[in-house]
Design a protein around this ligand. Structure first.
Ligand code: TRP
Ligand code: SF4
Length: 438
C-alpha cells in the first residue's frame, strides 16, 4: 500500500492504513484529558496520530505549543475542507499559536494554478470562510509559501539530509515528474518546521492536523527534524536512559552542556563516557525522555543546530460525498459548499444517498444503517454537537423508529441554518482580513 498525497483516491479501511504505516490510534485515552474535547476528536473522525503526547504534555504543563496546517486551494471550499479549520479553531480556543500555510507553490507545481489564481481563490473562498467560522486574529498567522523566505530557505537547506532514493520510495516520483512538484514536499517540510525558528516563537511542540493523505509529508518532516538534532535521547538495550552526541565535533562542550541542563531538571547521577559520545542518566526513567529531550533541544541553536522537536500530527477521515463516493469540488452534487445557498444545499441533501431500506415497511422492520448513511455523516461531523442527541438518532435509526424522509428534512434545516449563519458572518470578513494575513 502507498499513500499518494496528490491522487484523488479515498481510503476504505482506516484501521488497516493506520497499522500499516505505524500511525498511533487516537483513542479516548488520547483525548480524554484535553479541555472540552472537540466533537471530531471525541467521535473517531480523527482516528490516528503521531506524537500527540507532546501536545498533551504542553497543555498539561501550560507550556507553549503551536498549530501549523496548510491548504491547497484548488476549487470551492466544501464541508470536507471545513473539518481542518474546525480543529484549528478548537486548538486556538485552548491556547495554541496558529499558523496556516497557503500552498501556492504546491498548487502551481502539482495542479498548474498560477500564483495569482491561487491567491484569489485562497482569499475569497477559504480565508473568508475561516473567519466566518470563527478563527480569531490574535496569535494567528496566515501566509503564502511563495512569500515566506524562511520557509523557502529551509526547503533548500534541509534537503541536504534527504536523498533521491528516499524521495522516490516515498512519493513514486519518476523521470517525468516536474522539479517544482518534486520540491514541494521540501517546501511543506519548511512550512512545518519554520514555526520553531526564533522569529516564529522558537522551539516547541507543533501539531499538524491533516487528512491522512498527508502522512508521507509528516513522516518526511519528522525524519528531517530528527536528522538535524545534535542530541539523541534514548533508552538503551540495557534499560538505561542515555544522551548521545550525534556530530563529531564539540563533543566535550555538548556533553558539558547536557550535564548542566539535565542537572537543572533535578537529575543527579550521571555516567559520562566520552569515547561513546554518551552521557547516561542513571536516575532517569523512560517517562523522563521527552522532558530531557526538549530541554536539550532548546539549547541546540547555541551549538549551530536547529533543535527542532519532531512535529506531531493528527489524521482525520475524509468525508464521504453525498453521492456515496468522494466529496470533491469537481463534482458539485457530491459536495456541500460553504457558499451554497440554503436552497441548493437542501436539494443536495434531499437527493443524498442514505442508509435507509428499500421500503418503509422494510425499514420499520429491520431499521436503517446509519454507518452507511451520508445524512448521518453530516450530523456526526458538522451538525449535532450533543453526543446524547446523536446517540439517540443512531439508536432510533437502527431500531426502525426513524424514517429517512423526516431525517433528511431535519438535517436540511440544520444545514440551512448553519450556511445562513456563515453567509452572514462572511459579509464582514473582508473588513478584518488584514489582521490575519502576514
Ligand atoms: N499539501 C497540503 C494539501 O495538499 C497543503 C499543505 C501545504 C500543508 N503545506 C502544509 C498541510 C503544511 C499541512 C502542513 O492540502
Ligand atoms: Fe440515514 Fe436518517 Fe435514514 Fe437513518 S433515518 S438511514 S440516519 S437518513
Amino acid at each position: 500500500m502507498k499513500i499518494d498525497p496528490w491522487s484523488s483516491s479515498t481510503y476504505q479501511d482506516y484501521a488497516r492504513l493506520r497499522d500499516e504505516f505505524g500511525i498511533e490510534e487516537f483513542s479516548e485515552n488520547t483525548w480524554r484529558n484535553l479541555p472540552h474535547p472537540h466533537r471530531l476528536l471525541r467521535r473517531g473522525v480523527i482516528f490516528g496520530h503521531r506524537g500527540f503526547q507532546n501536545i498533551t504534555e504542553s497543555i498539561e504543563n501550560k507550556k507553549p505549543w503551536a498549530i501549523l496546517t496548510g491548504l491547497m486551494p484548488s476549487g470551492k471550499m466544501h464541508l470536507g475542507h471545513k473539518m481542518v479549520i474546525d480543529e484549528v479553531i478548537y486548538y486556538q480556543s485552548i491556547g495554541a499559536d496558529i499558523f496556516i500555510a497557503i500552498a501556492d507553490i504546491e498548487a502551481y507545481g502539482t495542479r498548474g494554478f498560477s500564483l495569482s489564481e491561487t491567491k484569489e481563490l485562497a482569499v475569497q473562498e477559504y480565508i473568508k470562510n475561516y473567519i466566518a467560522l470563527g478563527l480569531k486574529p490574535e496569535r494567528c498567522h496566515i501566509y503564502f509559501q511563495s512569500k515566506n523566505s524562511y520557509v523557502k530557505d529551509l526547503a533548500f537547506l534541509l534537503g541536504k539530509k534527504i536523498n533521491w532514493s528516499q524521495m522516490t520510495a516515498t512519493y513514486g516520483f519518476n523521470g517525468s515528474t516536474n522539479m517544482t512538484h518534486i520540491f514541494s514536499p521540501m517546501v511543506q517540510t519548511g512550512d512545518i518546521l519554520h514555526v520553531q525558528l526564533k522569529p516564529f516563537g522558537g522551539i516547541r511542540p507543533v501539531l499538524v492536523p491533516v487528512g491522512v493523505d498527508q502522512d508521507p509529508h509528516i513522516r518526511l518532516s519528522r525524519y528531517v527534524a530528527q536528522a538535524y538534532r545534535l542530541y539523541n535521547v534514548i533508552k538503551t538495550k540495557d534499560e538505561k536512559i542515555g544522551v548521545f552526541i550525534k556530530p563529531d565535533d564539540s563533543i566535550s562542550e555538548l556533553l558539558d552542556n547536557a550535564e548542566k541542563i539535565i542537572s537543572a531538571l533535578g537529575f543527579q547521577r550521571f555516567k559520562r563516557i566520552t569515547e561513546y559520545k554518551a552521557l547516561y542518566i542513571l536516575d532517569a526513567q523512560e517517562k523522563d525522555i521527552s522532558q530531557i529531550d526538549h530541554a536539550l533541544a532548546i539549547t541546540e541553536p547555541d551549538f549551530k543546530g536547529y533543535g527542532f522537536i519532531q512535529p506531531s500530527a493528527t489524521f482525520h477521515r475524509f468525508m464521504t460525498g453525498l453521492t456515496g463516493d468522494k466529496m470533491s469540488s469537481s463534482k458539485p452534487e457530491s459536495a456541500i459548499f460553504l457558499t451554497d445557498t440554503p436552497d441548493e444545499a437542501r436539494k443536495k441533501i434531499m437527493h443524498a444517498k442514505t442508509g435507509g431500506a428499500i421500503s418503509l415497511e422494510e425499514q420499520k422492520k429491520n431499521g436503517g444503517k446509519p454507518d452507511e448513511c451520508m445524512i448521518y455523516e453530516l450530523l456526526l461531523y458538522h451538525l449535532i454537537e450533543d453526543d446524547d442527541q446523536l446517540h439517540e438518532i443512531y439508536r432510533t435509526c437502527r431500531s426502525g423508529e426513524r424514517m429517512c424522509g423526516h431525517c433528511k428534512k431535519e438535517t436540511a434545516d440544520l444545514m440551512c441554518a448553519l450556511l445562513q449563519d456563515i453567509a452572514e458572518k462572511r459579509l464582514h470578513a473582508e473588513d478584518v482580513m488584514d489582521k490575519y494575513l502576514d
